[in-house]
Design a protein around this ligand. Structure first.
Ligand SMILES: Cc1cc2nc3c(=O)[nH]c(=O)nc-3n(C[C@H](O)[C@H](O)[C@H](O)COP(=O)(O)OP(=O)(O)OC[C@H]3O[C@@H](n4cnc5c(N)ncnc54)[C@H](O)[C@@H]3O)c2cc1C
Length: 459
């Protein structure tokens, strides 16, 4: 019997036949965007932390790569096998999905890492509390994946990223040992806050098995509005002015080209100004809609060209427009996609400079911009009419270079919320400060000396 057969037999002894797939693995091996689809020797579906620990010990001994996988919604190929040809297994966490406990007075919730984000949001809501992470993949993505990617979404402007919502973690390391930092404390200065290392580590340093999460009071009501402005600098002014009076929980932007594509594939958005804005306010007490409308008028927003959601249904309709944009974009064809962030004060200049640089090289390019202006994160995608994926691939590296050169010129980042994965490894080695890169590599070698955890990703 070969070593690998022996390894699979030992894993099967731990998780049982139902917990190991050696056939019908395609859906686990293929990423969300259908960009990567490589072979793994097995998919394992452990349901206890002890099983995960033993799988990692065995994988270290047999030198088999382990790809931690949550909902497999990564947009940068982080959660699927690489094409190195070295043996790898996928360790999918969906069976580790228990709610452990909720502490209402402490406003905290402890869960296993395989709970979907929707399960966590719903459980908090049933208990009168609120978990504010809001991303369109919430039905599939898991809390462990959200932590491993330090997920963002639409509420970062008010609640921060996933890192700001984590109170404690339990993590299984490559040698099978377990780090317990699972307390639900809001203050804890006992030396290094080691759990932070694993938040955003994309499965390269350990497997997150449990998390304690910060909850908030459930907002009484939402006020959601869609309005329009003529240009991006006015949008940035509006953001700052509104934030002075109201604690905004979302402020999204949609550029004219994106609106055009959406209108073509769905129906007219309803707001006709070139740049469309969707913003939201959560309220806990008396709130005057009249005062908000007056304020928007003072800020020179055209009040005849605005949609105000006056009930939950209308609110969901407005958010549905925003969430459907990636689908409209997909229907229109392929694009070179970027998930960038910039200081808000530099965004207008960046777009003007970069648009002109892209159009100089690619006069037919269409620049699709939408995303979370409130926290400086844009989805910035370059597409061409009538171009297929193979043709686009020939230009991808050059387009990325033009975009990222300007992103860094304006002090931004090539990876705002989706992570690095396989897709952006090259840019990581180019733009991550070199001494920090060496230090990160040393930490990886210390925690995972056999390089079994998510090999060939990030580094
Ligand atoms: C329609 C759509 C909308 C999206 N919108 C947003 C958005 O607004 N904001 C945003 O930030 N992201 C967004 N994403 C990206 C994605 O949903 C997030 O990155 C999410 O946090 C990934 O969670 P997951 O469970 O699917 O993780 P996976 O995709 O399975 O894995 C992602 C990474 O985490 C690692 N990992 C997974 N689970 C664990 C674990 N338990 N322990 C250690 N490592 C682990 C994997 O190895 C991989 O490196 C979107 C994706 C889609 C498809």
């Amino acid at each position: 019997m070969s070593d690998l057969n022996q390894y699979i037999n030992e894993i099967t002894n731990i998780v049982g036949f139902d917990g190991v797939l050696t056939n019908d693995k395609k859906q686990y091996e293929t990423d969300w965007r259908n960009r990567y689809s490589n072979h793994c020797i097995a998919v394992t579906l452990p349901s206890t932390i002890e099983q995960i620990s033993t799988i990692l010990k065995l994988s270290s001994i047999y030198k088999v790569g382990v790809i931690p996988q949550g909902g497999n919604t990564s947009l940068c190929g982080a959660s699927v096998p690489n094409n190195s040809g070295k043996p790898q297994i996928i360790l999918n966490l969906r069976h580790l999905n228990k709610i452990i406990n909720i502490d209402i007075n402490n406003q905290s919730l402890t869960v296993e890492a395989g709970c979907t984000l929707d399960k966590v949001i719903d459980y908090a809501k049933q208990n009168g509390l609120y978990f504010p992470l809001s991303i369109a993949s919430s039905g599939s993505c898991q809390i462990g994946g959200n932590i491993a990617t330090n997920a963002g979404g639409i509420h970062v402007i008010k609640y921060g990223m996933m890192r700001d919502l984590v109170l404690g973690l339990e993590v299984c390391l490559a040698d099978g040992s377990i780090i317990n930092q699972l307390q639900s404390l809001k203050k804890n200065n006992t030396f290094f806050d080691l759990k932070q290392l694993f938040i955003g580590s994309e499965g390269t340093l350990g497997i997150i098995t449990k998390a304690s999460l910060k909850l908030y009071p459930q907002p009484d009501r939402y006020f959601t509005a869609m309005c329009g402005v003529n240009d991006l600098s006015t949008a940035c002014l509006l953001l700052n002015s509104l934030n002075k009076y109201y604690n905004l929980c979302a402020f999204e932007i949609i550029n004219p080209q994106t609106r055009e594509i959406y209108n073509k594939h769905f129906r007219p958005m309803g707001v006709t100004a070139p740049w469309v804005i969707l913003f939201e306010i959560e309220t806990y007490s008396e709130f005057s809609l009249e005062e908000l409308v007056n304020k928007l008028g003072e800020l020179t927003i055209d009040l005849d060209n605005i949609i105000l959601a006056s009930n939950e249904n209308e609110r969901q309709n407005l958010w549905h427009i925003r969430e459907t944009i990636p689908i409209a974009e997909k229907m229109e064809g392929v694009a070179v996609k970027h998930d960038i962030s910039l200081p808000i004060s530099n965004i207008d200049e960046f777009i003007k400079t970069n648009e002109s640089n892209i159009l100089k090289h690619y006069p037919d390019a269409q620049i699709i911009i939408f995303g979370h202006l409130g926290d400086g994160n844009l989805h910035y995608n370059i597409r061409f009419k009538n171009m297929d994926y193979n043709q686009l691939q020939n230009s991808e590296a050059e387009i990325n270079n033009i975009v990222y050169t300007d992103v860094y010129k304006y002090n931004g980042s090539f990876s705002a919320e989706h992570g690095v994965g396989m897709l952006k490894k090259y840019w990581m080695s180019k733009y991550y400060d070199s001494r920090s890169y060496q230090l990160a590599l040393s930490i990886k070698k210390l925690l995972d000396p056999n390089d079994i955890l998510n090999p060939e990703k990030v580094f």
